[in-house]
Design a binder for this molecule. Sequence first.
Ligand SMILES: *[C@@H]1O[C@H](CO)[C@@H](O)[C@H](O)[C@H]1NC(C)=O
Ligand SMILES: CC(=O)N[C@H]1CO[C@H](CO)[C@@H](O)[C@@H]1O
Length: 437
Amino acid sequence: MRRVVVTGLGAVTPLGVGIRRTWKRLLNGDCGIVSTRHLGPEFVALPSQVAGLVPVPVGATTSQNAADEKGVWRAQDHVSSTELRQTARFAQYGLAAAAEALDDAGFDDGKGLDPEMTGVCLGSGIGNLEELYTTSVAYHQAKNYHKIHPLFVPRLLINLGAGHISMRYGLRGPNHAVTTACTTGAHSLGDASRFIQSGEADIMIAGGAESCIHPLAIGGFARSRSLATQFNDEPHLASRPFDRDRAGFVISEGAACVVLEELEHAKERGARIYAELLGYGNSADAYHLTAPREDGSGAFLAMKKALKLAQIPPSSVDYINAHATSTALGDAAENQAIKALMLGPHGRKQTSHVNVSSTKGALGHLLGAAGAIEAIFSILAIHENVLPPTLNLRSVTDEFDCNYVANTAQQAHVHVAISNSFGFGGTNASLCFRKCE
Ligand SMILES: *[C@@H]1O[C@H](CO)[C@@H](O)[C@H](O)[C@H]1NC(C)=O
Ligand SMILES: CC(=O)N[C@H]1CO[C@H](CO)[C@@H](O)[C@@H]1O
């Protein structure tokens, strides 16, 4: 069986451009969630006026998040003028995250890659809503198809994110784009690992990208009653996974990519190995459009399968990066699933020994990129033996009796970590990573 390891990391997030910066600020307890009111009157009319925005230079907008000029997003630093014209913003974030991950893995500018044995899996949950909206409006008003830009379709298609990465580096291995709502990022990593296991590729760039901070997306999620609406004056308090006062998720944007590599291939070139991707489990709730099964049995099945494939008992799991988006139902269902798994026959004896956190308190919900960035946090937890915190966790109801790493990062030996992702439609995935010695 070919084994798959992680050798490179890259990200663009509301905590900044670059994975080191994001991770440092996450451990520091910083929050990337800001008000959206400066984005225009349409945003002020929405019930939820907070979002995790990738910081941009001061002056471009009045985003408070951009106070510090380092780690801010300037598209021209990451994409060529041709790419800029041809791509949606989610794809630009994806290109930047992929470039950082490749550099981090020692393949600067793609040098040293075998084109035929290197592929890309980059997905997005929603894609380019802005393009769809503006084109629809222009077309409707003029009733003239010349209002449709010649690049409309290439800017719209979700798989063009992966396509652009392959074109930039000339990668001719598998090229794939998952779109499974908020499970997209996890499925991208998991499916990419199977391309390597099967021998179709030695190296895969895998991740998720999202940028749909648009009134239509916020309005839509608000209408499905999923968003936080009670913290518009205090954005940094809006995302509060597991907390008693949690009341909906915060929409965010960004991208995250990893370089996955076959173990022997990585060893041969002396690559730094962050962790091994040991197990990948999938399940479906088969229950409801947006709500989880209350008992969390969907999440339970996904984690159980990931551990079964990893051949690891629940008692060996040191850290769980929860999907927990800060909704009343979702967090409770996942908590129940985690406890059922970790306190079951082969689990730990006490809930207080179960270490779980949700990094969405600091970043909000990156939708199609969430599974990828949270997988990276799980990998770094293993690599650096530290548990990233759950922000805004002030008080809990009785059933929340694990260690949720409230507000401050904790040192702990992390050998095995699980990253959970669940999406609308009831699709659930878990990734299991292990330290590679
Ligand atoms: C959980 O985290 C704490 C640090 O807060 C650590 O001391 C403990 O060993 C961890 N438990 C497990 C089972 O990993
Ligand atoms: C927690 C749980 O049991 N299931 C998750 C699976 O996917 C659904 C899809 O809506 C999520 O909402 C659940 O949280």
